[in-house]
Every structure is written in structure tokens, then in C-alpha cells.
Design a protein around this ligand. Structure first.
Ligand code: GLC
Ligand code: CA
Length: 554
């Protein structure tokens, strides 16, 4: 196997202890679905707190919590009515404090979701804003007159289908909503709105959160003139996945106004001012397909987000060409000081094991945990959870209701802790808010933790290997050419240490030549030390921690 030049050499880049967001692995918890302690069928903060020991045992470093703020739950918490409270459904502020304390005791960081682009239509700010055209908060949202024929002000569409405008009878104007009509878009041009939003960030920073995941970040700035979006005749994807009617337009005016970067800098400065004794970080949901635009969210002087989340593996096909292209695309759009990151799944996607297959999901976990950059795992993927079948009358996700086929419920079902009636998620007599996957009796944390070959044991082993390997945490990545058909091979290397990763995307058993060293295989067989010719098994991935480090990756 011959080598290429490293696409990026990060080995000389200083990574300090403060850079926990570079060295750690993030785990996303969807609070509704993680652990229900009070038996109402909905996960809650005390439930999460109780399960933090599991996350510490698993070996992740950072817990990102999707929203738990007061909300009518039209979009399950992404429609906020109070940025500085906990919804009683999830618990209390005291219980949130207890969660942070316990997480920090276990050496886990906590990031919370921040939803700046829109509030709930039931937020008191919106109630005031819609009351009359002249009130103080009118400009906290985006209001506009109808066209002469009564049509909406422009051609902007909602991500969730239909026009992005709803006529409000109270004042006879339309308001903008990039998502549901129950999620009116805030107007970040309004200084007092910004002040309130920064106040909310300060509120959680004061309570000790380690950072934020900023929702729908590219939406925060819109054209103040509200110009029509031009057509997009070839339906070029604006995001990392096809978006139906939304892709009819080039989204040059409804998202991405450059002023966004000023807001990002302001948020960053606030975060930095809190980072002297406790280093904080800010990641953002930036699903843009355009890599240059995506990378701009780091900020020109690294004064924007620590990391815009990289969704490009969400749309990967499980093939060596596709994976390599996505990784190279990612590496190519970074400067030497930009830190990469990868995720393959989230509460907005379908389950990996259902997308790629069960064996492939194991290999994809090995991929995710051996790439250069911060990995984000989605709860349940460590046990290979599958999409649940959601009957039409059980659909809860508003996107799925409005646009059949786009529903996100199948990947949001409750965590499968054990084989009991409530899967250890909730009590036997409770009805979980989404149905449990039928396979929870044979597919759960308890059973997998007793099985050395399980996906859970594999994930845990990979997390431990990653933590212990300088090459995996900080090393450069170099793909090798001239590898067997259907295989992807890359080397992670610093001056002192090297790991080789081999992924077989086929059902065949190609022969590869392995260096000597400890091996972790996605099949669950571990710690065999192989050197020389080796026949990969079907869909197997393995990482070899080379015994003799410091050599050239060829
Ligand atoms: C983001 C969230 C998604 C939500 C949407 C509107 O995309 O990840 O779950 O529906 O924003 O807030
Ligand atoms: Ca509950």
C-alpha cells in the first residue's frame, strides 16, 4: 500500500487541556427519549442525571442536551416560551443544577441547545409583538404587509413545507416562520431582542453549562428587504439532504445574511468572557451543503463557533469512494486552525443501523471514532438502535405530519435500557410518548453490556482506544491508495504514534497487509495481534494501534 501526502497535518497544532471540545467525544441526548423517572412516559432531567454514570462508563466526554425549556411542544421543545426556565415536564431549575453538578463530578461537560432563530408563538414576546403594529416588541419578529393581491410578502418557503408566512388577523400583517407557523422567526436586527437572547446565554453560563449547540444557525440573518429567492432550476441541494419544495429555490435571501457573523462573534465574545476559569465552547447546527459557506461559521479570525457541526456524513453512501470523498471534502475546506468534526446521525435523521445495515453500523462507529476531529454520537447508536415503525396514527413529528416521509419519529424512540416492559425507560404501566422499538427485549444496554462482542462493548472499546491514542485524538489523516477493491484504508499519525484503519465495505473477504499491533475489530473480536496478510471479514472495519510508532505512513 502506498501513501499520499497528508491532506492536513494537525500534529504540530497545539491542543491544550482547555480544548475539551477537540479531544472529547460528544453524546447527544434527546431528553424526551432518554430516561423517564416520574413515569409519565416522557424522559426528564432527573432521568438523565441518573444515567450520567452510564455515559461516564461508556467513555464519552460531553453531553449535549436537546431543548428542555418551557414549550407547547409543537416541535418538541424547539418552540420555546421561556429561555431561562425548565419545562415542568422535564423538571425544575434545581434539577438542572443537580444534573450539572453530577456531570461535572463525573468529569462530563454539558452543552445545552440554544434556539435563537425562533420562539414559540406562545412566547410572551410574540404575544406582545402581534398585539398591535406599534408596540415595543413589534420588531422582535418579522412582520410584513401582504402583496396587493393579498398574497404573502415574498416566495420564501418553510423548511417544514408550505409558505414561510402566516397572516395574522390581529394586525392584518404576515409574520415569517422558517419552520412551523407556531415557530415565528425572531428578528435579530432588533437590538433589544439580541439583548434578551444574550441574557439567556448568560443565564445558563452562570449556571455552569460548558457550552451551547446553536439551533438553525444560518437562519438567524435574513435580507432586510425581504427579496424573493431566485429559482434553483436544477434543484441543487441547499442542505445536506434533499428538502423537497424547499430546494426549488436558491436560498440567497431567506438565510445566511452576512450579519450572522457579527452575531456569532458577539456570542463568542460573551462565551469567552466566561471561559477564564471554565473553558466553554459553542457548536452550531449548520447543515449547509456549500462548504465555503459552512466553514465561514468558524469566523474569519476563529472568532465564530468553535465548530459548526459537520453533517456531510449524514448523506454518505456506504462505499469507500463516498466516505473518502466526504472526508476529503471536509479536510479541504479547513484552514490549519479549524478543527474538524463528524456526526452520522441526530434527532433529525433516521437511525444509522437502518440506513446502512447492522454490520455496517458497527463499521461506521469505528469510522466515526477514528476520523480526525470531534465525533458526535446520537443516543442509542451505541447499541445499534433501529428505526421504529411508526403507524400513521402514531406520527408525532410535525414535519412528518405536514410532509409524509419526512417524519423524524423513527429515530427518536425511547432508549432501550433493558428487556422489561418499559425497556427501563419508563414504568411498566406508563405509555411512552413514542412507541418502544419492538426489538427492545433482545436489543438493549443491559444485555449488550454483558456481551463482549456487542455493539455497546465495541463502542466502549473504541472510545477507550481513542482516548488512549495520541494519533487518534490529534494525529493527521492520510488515505492510502492501491488498496483492495471495496476497502478504505487510512493512517492516523503523529510523530510518535500511528494507527491504521481498514474498512471493508463488501461482503467479500479481501486480503490486506496489516502492520503489527493491537487490533480492535468491528466484529467484536478484539486484541488479536496480527501482522502481515489478513483476510477481512464481510463488512468488517478494524483499527490497528501500531506497536512500532514513528515511521512513515507508507
Ligand atoms: C433544527 C432542529 C430540529 C428542529 C428545527 C427547528 O433543525 O435540529 O429538530 O425541528 O431546528 O427548530
Ligand atoms: Ca418523565
Amino acid at each position: 500500500m502506498t501513501s499520499e501526502q497528508p491532506t492536513r497535518d494537525s500534529s504540530d497544532e497545539a491542543v491544550t487541556a482547555d480544548d475539551w471540545w477537540k479531544t472529547g467525544v460528544v453524546y447527544q441526548v434527546y431528553p424526551r427519549s432518554f430516561q423517564d423517572l416520574n413515569g409519565d412516559g416522557i424522559g426528564d432531567l432527573p432521568g438523565i442525571t441518573e444515567r450520567l454514570t452510564y455515559l461516564a462508563w461508556l467513555g464519552v466526554d460531553v453531553v449535549w442536551l436537546s431543548p428542555f425549556y418551557p414549550s407547547p411542544m409543537k416541535d418538541f421543545g424547539y418552540d420555546v416560551t421561556d429561555y431561562c426556565e425548565v419545562d415542568p415536564m422535564f423538571g425544575t431549575l434545581d434539577e438542572f443544577d443537580a444534573l450539572i453538578t453530577e456531570a461535572h463530578r463525573l468529569d462530563l461537560k454539558v452543552m445545552v441547545d440554544f434556539v435563537p432563530n425562533h420562539t414559540s408563538d406562545l412566547h410572551p414576546w410574540f404575544a406582545e409583538s402581534r398585539a398591535d403594529r406599534t408596540n415595543d416588541k413589534r420588531d422582535w419578529y418579522i412582520w410584513s404587509d401582504a402583496k396587493a393581491d393579498g398574497a404573502p410578502p415574498n416566495n420564501w418557503l418553510s423548511v417544514f413545507g408550505g409558505p414561510a408566512w402566516t397572516l395574522d388577523d390581529t394586525t392584518g400583517q404576515y409574520y415569517l416562520h422558517s419552520f412551523l407557523p407556531e415557530q415565528p422567526d425572531t428578528n435579530w436586527f432588533a437590538p433589544n431582542l439580541r439583548k434578551q437572547m444574550f441574557g439567556a446565554l448568560g443565564f445558563w453560563l452562570e449556571r455552569g453549562v460548558d457550552g451551547f449547540r446553536v439551533d438553525a444557525a444560518p437562519f438567524m440573518g435574513k435580507d432586510p428587504e425581504l427579496r424573493d429567492n431566485p429559482l434553483n432550476p436544477d434543484h441543487t441541494q441547499v442542505f445536506q439532504k434533499p428538502m423537497a419544495d424547499f430546494d426549488q429555490f436558491r436560498h440567497v435571501y431567506d438565510i445566511q445574511h452576512p450579519v450572522i457573523h457579527e452575531y456569532n462573534r458577539e456570542m463568542r465574545a460573551l462565551l469567552d468572557s466566561y471561559s477564564v476559569t471554565q473553558p466553554r465552547a459553542m457548536i452550531a447546527e449548520v447543515t449547509l451543503n456549500d462548504r465555503v459557506a459552512w466553514a465561514s461559521y468558524y469566523g474569519i479570525n476563529r472568532d465564530g463557533y468553535h465548530m459548526p457541526l459537520n453533517f456531510n456524513l449524514v448523506s454518505v453512501h456506504w462505499s469507500p469512494e463516498s466516505v473518502r470523498a466526504k472526508v476529503e471534502e471536509m479536510e479541504a475546506c479547513l484552514t490549519a486552525t479549524h478543527w474538524p468534526n463528524y456526526l452520522m446521525s441526530s434527532h433529525d435523521e433516521l437511525r444509522i443501523a437502518s440506513r446502512f445495515g447492522v454490520a455496517q453500523a458497527r463499521a461506521s462507529m469505528l469510522l466515526l471514532l477514528t476520523l480526525r476531529g470531534t465525533p458526535t454520537l446520537y443516543y442509542g447508536d451505541e447499541i445499534g438502535m433501529l428505526n421504529a415503525t411508526i403507524a400513521p396514527d402514531q406520527v408525532r413529528d410535525p414535519w412528518g405530519v405536514r410532509m409524509p416521509g419526512y417524519g423524524r419519529d423513527p429515530g427518536r424512540t425511547p432508549m432501550q435500557w433493558d428487556a422489561s416492559v418499559g425497556a427501563g425507560f419508563t414504568r411498566a404501566d406508563a405509555t411512552p410518548w413514542l412507541p418502544l422499538h419492538a426489538d427492545h427485549a433482545v436489543h438493549n444496554v443491559e444485555m449488550q453490556s454483558d456481551d463482549e462482542c456487542s455493539m455497546l462493548s465495541l463502542t466502549r472499546r473504541l472510545l477507550a482506544v481513542r482516548r488512549s491514542s495520541e494519533a487518534l485524538v490529534r494525529g493527521a489523516i492520510t488515505f492510502l491508495d492501491d488498496v483492495p477493491h471495496g476497502c478504505l484504508v487510512y493512517v492516523r499519525h503523529t510523530d510518535e504514534s500511528r494507527c491504521v484503519v481498514v474498512i471493508n465495505f463488501t461482503a467479500d473477504c479481501p486480503e490486506v497487509i496489516l502492520p503489527g499491533g493491537a487490533v480492535v475489530s468491528s466484529t467484536g473480536e478484539t486484541h488479536l495481534t496480527v501482522s502481515g496478510p489478513f483476510n477481512m471479514r464481510a463488512y468488517e472495519a478494524l483499527v490497528v494501534l501500531e506497536a512500532d510508532a514513528g515511521t512513515d505512513p507508507s
